[in-house]
Design a protein around this ligand. Structure first.
Ligand code: PRP
Ligand code: URA
Length: 210
């Protein structure tokens, strides 16, 4: 399946780790470890698009051109499940700042309800990586992007683990400017809005609240 704004990380190590996540017998410790490894790779892949600034650096032998990131990076995990990916990103981008968005899907309507929002200043001058493992109906991600844009965010990338075709289409439709990076595109949603074959409830599996 091809989508204009979705980059699929089609790597053997990711396929191995997504399989660990799908397995219903994987316990939270192994689940969190696999999420972190995938987040490491997502962070490297996403960082390809970060803008660099050149500056002069002096080696012990001579002066040469060095590089630094031009803009701050702000990682924005969507609570709760996004927290599971946060450390994997931080290992690769240790000087990143953090914002948090608390969203919970209403179990009946499947609409996202906001319960927390705390961001660093100057969203307009940062590379923002919105992080949530599951892109199901797309309601939560679309709403989170709306919140960020309303507060001035201009450069937003969305990172997920598993996406449904419906969720990708919703983001492409609501936010055609947003690039999505993910580790798997699954078949469909069931009538409760769960991704099939999926991995179940990412928050419950990360935090052992099943
Ligand atoms: C999950 C997931 C996303 C959302 C995706 O969160 O982490 O935020 O569902 O579904 P959508 O694309 O249909 O909006 P959930 O509401 O289960 O909260 P949790 O992370 O606290 O478990
Ligand atoms: N949220 C999850 O955690 N899993 C799904 O399959 C869909 C939404």
């Amino acid at each position: 399946m091809q989508f204009d704004n979705f980059t699929l990380l089609d790597y053997p190590l990711i396929k191995r780790d997504i399989t660990i996540l799908r397995d219903k017998d994987t316990q939270p410790e192994a689940f969190r470890a696999a999420v972190k490894r995938i987040a490491n790779i997502l962070a490297v892949e996403i960082s390809k698009g970060f803008v660099l600034q050149e500056f002069e650096v002096e080696t012990p032998l001579e002066k040469t051109t060095g590089y630094k990131l031009k803009l701050d990076v702000i990682l924005v995990p969507v609570l709760r499940a996004g927290l599971g990916m946060a450390n994997g990103f931080l290992e690769i981008i240790p000087d990143a700042k953090f914002g948090h968005i608390g969203l919970q899907r209403d179990e009946v309507t499947l609409n996202p309800i906001e319960y927390y929002f705390k961001m660093p200043k100057e969203l307009d001058k940062a590379e923002i990586v919105l992080i949530d493992p599951m892109l199901a109906t797309g309601g939560s991600a679309s709403e989170a992007i709306n919140y960020l844009k309303k507060r001035g965010a201009k450069k937003i990338i969305f990172a997920c683990l598993v996406a449904s075709p419906q969720g990708i289409k919703k983001i492409e439709n609501d936010h055609p400017d947003i690039k999505i990076f993910g580790a798997a595109i699954d078949r469909e949603l069931n009538d409760k809005g769960y991704i099939l074959p999926g991995l179940g409830d990412a928050g419950d599996r990360t935090f052992g609240t099943l």
